[in-house]
Unconditional design. Structure first.
Length: 56
């Protein structure tokens, strides 16, 4: 299952997109993760300063 973004916690800082090896994250005020491209590596989860991303 792909990483998920809690839109209430996401500030759109873009740090997750910078570290995503699959380039599966785009920003549109908040992070948007393409589930078809997500590798489930957890890099974005570790990088997010607001704990807005989780792997379910």
């Amino acid at each position: 299952m792909a990483a998920r973004v809690d839109e209430d916690k996401c500030t759109g800082c873009g740090r997750c997109a910078e570290v995503c090896p699959a380039e599966a994250i785009t920003l549109n005020e908040v992070a948007i993760i393409d589930p078809d491209e997500c590798l489930e590596c957890g890099a974005c989860v570790d990088e997010c300063p607001n704990e807005a991303i989780s792997l379910d």
